[in-house]
Design a protein around this ligand. Sequence first.
Ligand code: ZN
Ligand code: ZN
Length: 215
Amino acid sequence: MKLSEKAEEILESMWIAIEEEGRGFTDLESAGISVDDPAIRELTGHAYVELKGERLYFRAEGRAEGEKTIRRHRLAERLMMDVLNIRGDSAELKACQFEHLLNEGVDTKVCTMLNHPATCPHGKRIPPGDCCEEARKSGDLGVVPLTELKSGEEGEIAYILTEDNKKMQKLMAMGVLPGNRIVLMQSFPSYIFRVGYSEFAIDTAMAREIFVRKA
Ligand SMILES: [Zn+2]
Ligand SMILES: [Zn+2]
């Protein structure tokens, strides 16, 4: 059964408030949703959520559905930015429209194509699917932290996993950007890598945040 876009968006905002910000429930008023919104009836009808006064709580099924919905949204964002190279506000808008097309099966294909990314372009966690688990087990996870490379190995930068903007800017200034080639020159006592014609040294913590698709 396919939910309406509005219902999916409510599940997403609930996932962020409840699972990521630990708020326990979503307050209808602060979320700008009215009690008699048909999407609320749709969600309570599926027994996905429980409405107590102005507060919206997840039921187990709804939590699982919310997780899948947020996964589709963030995969759509990755697809927009990494593959289609769409940035800014239009990326957000298109991701919102596109996520609804990533239903069962399609999300797995997109996830595999993107090498099972762990985060969205904003650094938020993408809940892993079965495909991510299988890829990890069979060892064909193409994307690894820089720290997994041996000296002399190279790859293509897939993404940077940091929520620290200063670090992100520092790395970007070094040319550590998705799509660029990176060669690990040395891993002890610090990580020295080459991007383009320049070499840089960083510590282990930072090296762990650079994810590379091994060549
Ligand atoms: Zn995002
Ligand atoms: Zn996956």
